[in-house]
Design a protein. Structure first.
Length: 389
């Protein structure tokens, strides 16, 4: 694999030389260019490197807007911002501009090396892998049904299709995926695994998971929101890589957050399923989310909307949704209040509790199309996913 070409852009000479000297010690890094300029000049960069690092007040002063425009003409370049501003608003704005990572100032060398290490292979290999499939479920807004669908899909894939499925609950604040499908109390969880990340191997991961059903293991969310900070992007990356190598499907309940940690599963996912309902607040959020995915350079055939609680008689059609959000509908799951409420309240998979519910039927159809894919990853897999809804 060729070495990563990097350009560092800053209005601050000291930062420029500091970052450059950190990069010079990284064996993955090839040619490094240092450019001192302001935000307006940023857009004039014509020889785009693999990674563009932007720093020194530029991102805060119009640089993000310049990056967003650069993104249009250079979809393959990865942008890293080094900034003291770590506020959620800034991070979200950076993400919308297609920035891959926002690192604190001064860029601690380890953080920078890690970030470049994460970006380099991803850009060369694309999201998929030769192993299991990673499916990222995310709710566009609270209560869309992402957790219900993620957990129940995992159950159907394992039980009806004999697949080995790992579900990872990435709702770092009050994640409760386990309760949807089992009455077992998790003995371990994601935060505890991250605290002992040096022990991570297949056996350690398996021992931290609940065996929900034969073939279906679940890694619960941290039991205390205070432990959310123990979960870092590089941990999630390591866990997902390991899980992908050991399971046929890794389903991540990403929840609603959009930050460095949740970007990991989105980046690595073979498919991202934003769960929406056909009302305006959901649609607005879905549109924003899809825009973020676009600006991150994700191929849109890896994003499939799941319309939950779908009623044909509604004001808004699936076609309206696709046009507004700029993404394809992968599946519409009907509304079935009683059957779903009974399943969630009892912690019983709906496919066992209400075999004939239209929701069970929809889940079976999703599982069938996912499980039908032959072992080899290839173009056919993604295109088939969108065959019908
Ligand atoms: N197809 C459906 N028909 C009827 N009710 C549903 C359906 N899907 C989900 N629900 C209901 O919606 C509620 C919210 O679902 P769920 O907890 O999965 O949402 P979520 O997107 O994970 O929310 P959060 O963002 O808070 O994590 C569930 O308690 C369930 O009762
Ligand atoms: Mg949820």
């Amino acid at each position: 694999m060729s070495k990563t070409r990097i350009t560092v852009v800053s209005s601050d000479a000291q930062h420029l030389s500091q970052i450059t000297s950190v990069l010079e010690r990284d064996s993955n890094v090839g040619e490094i260019s240092a450019v001192r300029c302001d935000a307006a000049q940023l857009e004039a960069i014509s020889d785009m490197p693999d990674v563009l690092i932007v720093n020194g007040g530029l991102p805060e002063n119009g640089g993000l807007e310049s990056l967003a425009r650069l993104r249009q003409s250079h979809p393959d370049a990865a942008f890293i911002v080094v900034s003291d501003n770590q506020s959620p608003e800034f991070l979200l704005k950076a993400m919308r501009a297609g920035v891959r990572e926002v690192l604190p100032t001064p860029a601690v060398s380890d953080l920078l090396h890690d970030a470049i290490g994460r970006i380099a292979p991803k850009r060369k290999a694309g999201g998929g892998g030769q192993d299991g499939k990673i499916l990222a479920m995310t709710s566009c807004k609270g209560g869309s049904g992402a957790t219900f669908l993620a957990t129940n899909l995992a159950w159907v894939l394992a039980t009806n299709h004999g697949k080995r499925v790992a579900l990872i609950d990435l709702n770092l604040q009050f994640g409760d995926a386990a309760m949807y499908v089992t009455d077992q109390t998790p003995a371990s969880n994601l935060a505890l695994v991250c605290q002992q990340i040096h022990r991570l191997d297949a056996a350690f991961l398996a021992s931290a998971m609940i065996d929900v059903a034969p073939g279906f293991s679940l890694l619960a969310a941290p039991d205390d929101p205070a432990h959310a900070t123990d979960v870092r992007a590089e941990h999630v990356e390591a866990i997902l890589k390991l899980a992908r190598a050991n399971y046929d499907f890794v389903i991540v309940d990403v929840g609603r957050s959009l930050d460095g940690v949740s970007l990991q599963p989105f980046d690595m996912a073979d498919m991202i399923f934003p769960v929406v309902q056909l009302t305006l607040p959901f649609i607005r959020e879905a549109k924003r989310l899809v825009q973020v995915f676009l600006s991150l350079g994700y191929p849109m055939n890896k994003v499939g909307l799941i319309v939950n609680r779908y009623q044909k008689s509604g004001d808004i059609s699936l076609e309206d949704l696709e046009k507004t959000v700029n993404a394809k509908v992968y599946k519409a799951v009907p509304n079935a209040y009683e059957a779903v409420a009974a399943s969630v309240n009892q912690g019983e998979p709906i496919a066992r509790l209400a075999k004939n519910s239209p929701v069970t039927k929809a889940l079976r159809e999703i599982a069938e199309s996912l499980a039908a894919e032959p072992e080899k990853a290839g173009k056919g897999w993604l295109s088939r996913l969108f065959a019908a809804h």
